[in-house]
Structures are given as structure tokens and as C-alpha cells.
Design a protein around this ligand. Structure first.
Ligand code: ADP
Ligand code: MG
Length: 686
């Protein structure tokens, strides 16, 4: 149960003044649904304004506060275009106050001719004229504007304004309860951090690195502690020791020898399975590294030992592909494999449920459907989760409840995660790495071209398709501009259709699942030659024939993401090409990033460099999968503060693993505050 002291923070936003149905949508868009979220909606930056007496003292581009007297209102004669109010300073210099759209109505009232007003805004030039577009503030006296000399700038969504958000933040801050301190006293005093309440208030007021650090630290500490609680809980759980005798694995006739990395990983997994503490292991390996066979071997160990094994995939089509692959590979073993997805209904589904219940099915492959309440297993010994990054820790925990005894868990991911983040993302797991690609893979030829050369690229595409190849065309997909991005992908699809007709299909995140699956299937089966997609193909199916990929506006993607996308080609032995098309001029780092893509195909190196090279917020696509699990802590803070938070959490766990002491109780509150309460719920009486 959430501590009562947090209730005001978890109240819905409509408990704040001025929040009605109209604001709900933009607030939702920013992820703001409760008072807590608003309190943590920190400014991106601060505007610093300089008070000046007249225009001669100010320079173009500068944020100023200035007294001006309106002399004339000029509406655009056509009724459209900007509304300008000409205003003069004490020396007789003129400046236009320019308003667009509906804002012009307020200008009429706010700026009566002949009456001096104090104006805050950025001084610009429009032709020969000085102007301030949409002044941030207009006041009758200077006092009102003194408070705005240093003003927060909040992330916005359409339908929200700075003053509106600032007003909500003020209300949220007024409701902050005094929470008990959860940071280790030594750390707290060494760092000279403010208390939680002070830190939040300071972070909204101005540039306060210590306050920001404290808030980031809280989030990191909550995460570390929650993961440690999961691990501790796991150690207490009863699992079953699974020792295979090799009789099924001996019958496998794999068409290739395993790589060293695969053998090593299988060995590590076998070691874990033989323990009666449930395994919690992450198998990390690039797209194409060969995780599926490792999963198969692990599942066969479980089955040899008399248990059942399940493989969970994030999408139906991926589940089906795994099912086909595993069925073929495992055919010589004679085990019973079934597929279960949300699509299966009626008799077929009943038969599978029966088989899982009575144990006649050894291996089940499917989507979430395999863990619905109606599904019971005779003896589930191992759960493999593919594309782990699509599932959160809480979902991983849910799976653990499924068996009579806790099943072993093997999570798999192709997301290259820098070392710094592995701890934060998978701190509760042991990690096996497939750091070696199967032999015979051809390097993917990566080229960077400017968008002006689109015509050439399309010609090249046409030639490849005529030669029997298939290709991906990836358009960026970014949350803030989602609708525009989809429009762009649709427009590109329409344009390519003109040239390639029915050979082209489109897949994006907002298509209905059936349509998405149908398009993917047309492409996977080879009926369609060209797949236009947003980044959904990150978790894609295998199409060995696809040897060409074009990524539009490549500069908007993170390196790790580009790398993962690129991994969709180069799966076979044929030469593959990845065209990184840049949308505009590149900054220095932008250039360095794309050059690095050409240079290396080492996913871990790219992930590390990505972390180093990307300035906060420079990349739009960075909030997608493979991103950090944090909302407050920035990358630089994660690197600097996570080790401290991790130690702090470990110390607390050693001293008070049940979180019963005063500080332990404070830490529980923190876990609820950061919604890592799945950690608390594992504690007895939590
Ligand atoms: P991942 O899931 O890691 O992206 P897959 O398991 O789908 O990769 O493997 C990619 C391809 O490589 C498959 O066609 C698989 O049969 C093949 N493969 C796996 N291991 C080896 C190996 N040791 N040698 C050659 N090919 C392999
Ligand atoms: Mg895979």
C-alpha cells in the first residue's frame, strides 16, 4: 500500500485549479497525469532577461525587459497575417510588437495607444524594423516583471503555454509533503544536497546543479534498490534444479557448429539451471548473433529434466517465426512444440491449454497469451523472453509467479546497452554476451548520402529489386511529432508506390495489428519487395533476401538504434548495403556519428559512443526503445551518480534488507514515489 503521505502527490491533475477536459490531452501527451508528474516536470532551461531603459541599450537577439509606449495598431488589411503594434521607447526609437492568429485579440486590450507598458521578450529584427514577436509578458509596472528576469522554460505540447504550465507547477509545488530523508546520511552531507522538497523547488526556480543532482540521484537510488529487492526475493524463492542428460540435445543436427560465444553462454545457462535458485539471466547479442539456438539448447535442457519450457515473443508474427524455426531445428528430437497467440480461439486453443496442463506439450511459443490466467502448466521450468527491452521489470516479475515453483528466466535482447546502463536496466540479472557473430557474415556496406540524392538512391533500389532483392525503407518516428512523422511515412509510401506499384507495403506503429501483420507477412513471404516502415521493424522478422536498407533522416536516430535497424539486413551470405540518408546539414557531432556508423559494426562500441557523443536532447529519436529507464536522470548524471546510488542501495540492503528501520521506511516511500513499488511488494508485509 502506498504511504498516505504520498496521496496528495498521486492525486489526479484535475484537482488543480484550471485543469479541465481541454488541458487533459496536451498534459497526457507530456506524460503528466498526476500532481507528482507536474512537480517533476522540470524546466528545459531558463531565460535570463536584462532590464533596459531603451532600445539603444539592447541588442538584437537578446532577451530584455523594456518600457515601451504603443503609438499605433496595424492590423493586416487582408485580415490574415500578423497584427502589429508599433511602440516607442523614451528616446523615440520604434519597435513593433508582433502577434499572429488569435493572440492579436489580447494585444488590442493589453496595449492601449499612449500608455506605457513593460514588455518582456526577445528583440528581433524584421527587415529594417526592430520587433518583439509574441512578447512573453506585458505589465503595467516594472515590479510585475522583476520576477521574470530569470524564468523557467518548460517542455510544452500543443495547447499549453509557458504561463499555464508554470501555474500548474506552482500549485503542485505548494502541495509537496515533507518526506523523510532516504539518502544515506554520509552521502547526503558530503554532497551538500538540499532536501527533497527544497531540491524540487530550486530545480524549478533556476539553474541549480546540486538540486538537479539530488533529484536524479533519488531516481537512480529507487531503481537500484528495487532491482536489488527483486534479486534478493529471487534468491529466497524456491526453484527447481534442472539437469539435462543430453539425450535431446544429442539428437539435434544443427546445420552449423556453434560459435565460441554461443557455447560459453549455453554453459553459463546450464550452470544456472542446475541450481535450485531460479535463474535470472540476460542474453545480450546483436541482431543475427544467434540467440535463438542458445534459447533452444536451454529449453532442451529443461525438457530433458522433465520440465516444460516457454518462449515469449513481443509480437504475433515474431512468435510465429520463432515457432517455425524451432520446430524445424528441434524436429529430430521428437519433442512436442505448440504455438499460442491471442489469435487462437475455440477448439485449437482448448487443445493447447489441455496439452500444457497435462504436460504433453513440452515447449510453447507465443505472445502474452501464454501467461493468461486460463493457462496452467504441468511443470513450467524455463521461460525465455525474446526482445526483452519490450517488457518491463514488473512484467518479468509477473511471469515468475506462473509456475508452482518459480521458473528459471532467460531474457534476450539485441539492444546494445552501454555498460553504464546495463546496471540500471538489468541490475537484477546476470548477463551473458554473444560478442561474436557466426562466421561467414558479410560486412554491411554503409554509405551516407544527402537527401538531394534521393533520385539516385531510388534508381539503385529499383535495380536491386529487379535483380531479385528485397529492401527496407525506414522513416524516422519520433514521439513529439508523431502525426507529422506518420504523414511523412505515408507520403513516402505513396511516392514509392508510384514507381513500384504493389511491390511496396507500409508498416507503422499506428496501424491496426492485423494490417501490420498482413503487410509484414506479404514482405516476409517475398510477395512484396519493399517495406516502408517506421522503426517498428526494430523488433522485426527475418527476411534473408532483404539486402538493402535506406534510412531517411538518419541524423535523427541514435547510433544504437541505427545499428539495430541496420542489423535487419546482412543476415544471409549476400552482400548488403545500408544507405544512411541525411535530411539536412550535419553538426560536427552529427558528422562524427554517421561516420562511425560507416566505420564499425560493433554494437557495443556504437552504444558507448552514442552515450558519449550525443548531447542532451540533440537527437529526437533517443527516447525510444533501448533508451534509459529514467525520466529525471540525464545520461551524464547516470554515469556520474549511478555507482554512488548503487553502493548506497547495497549498503541499505545489507543493513536492513527488509526496509524496516526508519530509513528503510523512508526508502519505501521513495520506491512508491518513483513507482518502483513492485520492489516493495516483494517484501513480506510490504
Ligand atoms: P538473433 O536472434 O540473435 O538475432 P538468430 O538466432 O535469428 O539471431 O540467428 C541468425 C541466423 O544465424 C539464423 O539464420 C541462424 O540459423 C544462424 N546462426 C545461428 N548460429 C549460427 C552459427 N553458429 N553459425 C552459423 N549460423 C548461425
Ligand atoms: Mg532473434
Amino acid at each position: 500500500m502506498r504511504p498516505d503521505i504520498l496521496n496528495p502527490l498521486f492525486a489526479e491533475l484535475d484537482t488543480l485549479d484550471g485543469v479541465g477536459p481541454k488541458l487533459k490531452k496536451p498534459l497526457d501527451k507530456l506524460g503528466l497525469t498526476r500532481v507528482r508528474d507536474v512537480a517533476y516536470h522540470l524546466p528545459d532551461r531558463f531565460v535570463t532577461r536584462r532590464p533596459v531603459a531603451n532600445l539603444d541599450e539592447a541588442s538584437v537577439g537578446e532577451q530584455i525587459v523594456i518600457p515601451l509606449t504603443p503609438t499605433e495598431h496595424r492590423a493586416n488589411s487582408s485580415g490574415r497575417g500578423p497584427y502589429r503594434v508599433l511602440a516607442a521607447d523614451a528616446l523615440g526609437n520604434t519597435c513593433a510588437l508582433t502577434y499572429f492568429g488569435r493572440a492579436s485579440y489580447s494585444a488590442k486590450k493589453l496595449l492601449p495607444v499612449g500608455e506605457q507598458r513593460w514588455i518582456a521578450g526577445r528583440l528581433d529584427e524584421y527587415g529594417q524594423m526592430l520587433q518583439i514577436v509574441h512578447p512573453d509578458h506585458v505589465a503595467e509596472s516594472s515590479e510585475g516583471l522583476l520576477a521574470t528576469l530569470n524564468e523557467p522554460v518548460y517542455p510544452l505540447a500543443a495547447g499549453l503555454t509557458q504561463p499555464k504550465v508554470a501555474g500548474l507547477v506552482d500549485q503542485a509545488l505548494a502541495r509537496l509533503p515533507d518526506l523523510p530523508e532516504w539518502i544515506e546520511p554520509g552521502q547526503f552531507s558530503r554532497a551538500e544536497w538540499p532536501t527533497w522538497v527544497e531540491a524540487l523547488k530550486l530545480a524549478h526556480k533556476g539553474h541549480h546543479p546540486a538540486a538537479r543532482d539530488r533529484l536524479a540521484y533519488d531516481e537512480l537510488l529507487a531503481n537500484s534498490l528495487a532491482l536489488m529487492l527483486v534479486r534478493a526475493d529471487n534468491r529466497r524463492r524456491k526453484g527447481q534444479a534442472l539437469r539435462g542428460d543430453g539425450r535431446l540435445r544429442d539428437r539435434l543436427a544443427l546445420p552449423f557448429p556453434l560459435t565460441g560465444a554461443q557455447q560459453r553462454s549455453i554453459g553459463e545457462i546450464e550452470g544456472d539451471l542446475a541450481q535450485d535458485t531460479p535463474m535470472l539471466r540476460l542474453l545480450q547479442g546483436d541482431v543475427g548473433a544467434g540467440k535463438t539456438v542458445v534459447a533452444l539448447e536451454a529449453m532442451l535442457v529443461a525438457i530433458e529434466a522433465g520440465a516444460q519450457a516457454a518462449l515469449l515473443a513481443p509480437t504475433e508474427i515474431l512468435a510465429r517465426q520463432h515457432y517455425e524455426t524451432l520446430r524445424k531445428l528441434a524436429a529430430p528430437t521428437g519433442i512436442e512444440i505448440a504455438l499460442l497467440t491471442g489469435r487462437d480461439k475455440g477448439r485449437a486453443r482448448e487443445a493447447i491449454l489441455m496439452g500444457l496442463h497435462d504436460g504433453s506439450i513440452d515447449m510453447i511459443v507465443g505472445t502474452h497469451a501464454i501467461f493468461q490466467d486460463a493457462v496452467t502448466y504441468r511443470n513450467l521450468g524455463l521461460v525465455v523472453i525474446d526482445e526483452q527491452h519490450r517488457f518491463g521489470v514488473s512484467q518479468r516479475l509477473m511471469l515468475a509467479q506462473k509456475g508452482r515453483v518459480t521458473p528459471h528466466t532467460l531474457a534476450m535482447t539485441a539492444t546494445p546497452i552501454p555498460r553504464t546502463l546495463t546496471l540500471a536496466q538489468y541490475g537484477e540479472m546476470d548477463v551473458s554476451r554473444l560478442d561474436e557473430l557466426p562466421p561467414g557474415r558479410q560486412a554491411i556496406d554503409t554509405v551516407v548520402v544527402s537527401v538531394e540524392r534521393m533520385g539516385e538512391v531510388v534508381d539503385r533500389l529499383a535495380a536491386a529489386i529487379a535483380g531479385g532483392a528485397q529492401a527496407y525503407w525506414v522513416c524516422p518516428m519520433v514521439r513529439e511529432l508523431e502525426s507529422e512523422d506518420i504523414a511523412a511515412a505515408e507520403a513516402r509510401f505513396a511516392a514509392l508506390r508510384e514507381r513500384f506499384g504493389d511491390d511496396v507495403v507500409l508498416v507503422h506503429g499506428q496501424l491496426k495489428p492485423e494490417l501490420k501483420d498482413a503487410a509484414m507477412e506479404r514482405f516476409a513471404s517475398g510477395q512484396a519487395k519493399l517495406l516502408v516502415a517506421t522503426t517498428v521493424i526494430e523488433v522485426g522478422v527475418d527476411v534473408p533476401n532483404a539486402t538493402l536498407m535506406v534510412i531517411e533522416q538518419a541524423e535523427r536516430f541514435g547510433l544504437a538504434q541505427l545499428h539495430q535497424l541496420r542489423g535487419r539486413v546482412g543476415r544471409g551470405s549476400a552482400k548488403s548495403v545500408c544507405v544512411l540518408m541525411r535530411g539536412g546539414e550535419l553538426s560536427e557531432t552529427g558528422k562524427a556519428r554517421l561516420a562511425l556508423m560507416r566505420e564499425t559494426q560493433d554494437g557495443f562500441r556504437l552504444a558507448e559512443e552514442d552515450l558519449r557523443l550525443r548531447g542532451g536532447g540533440e537527437l529526437l529519436g533517443t527516447r525510444q526503445s533501448g533508451d534509459t529507464p529514467f525520466r529525471i536522470a540525464e545520461l551524464e548524471q547516470i554515469e556520474r551518480l549511478l555507482p554512488l546510488a548503487h553502493d548506497d542501495a547495497r549498503l541499505l540492503m545489507e543493513r536492513d534488507g527488509g526496509l524496516a528501520s526508519e530509513r528503510g521506511q523512508a526508502a519505501r516511500t521513495m520506491l512508491y514515489l518513483f513507482e518502483r513499488d513492485w520492489g516493495v511488494q516483494l517484501l513480506r508485509g510490504g
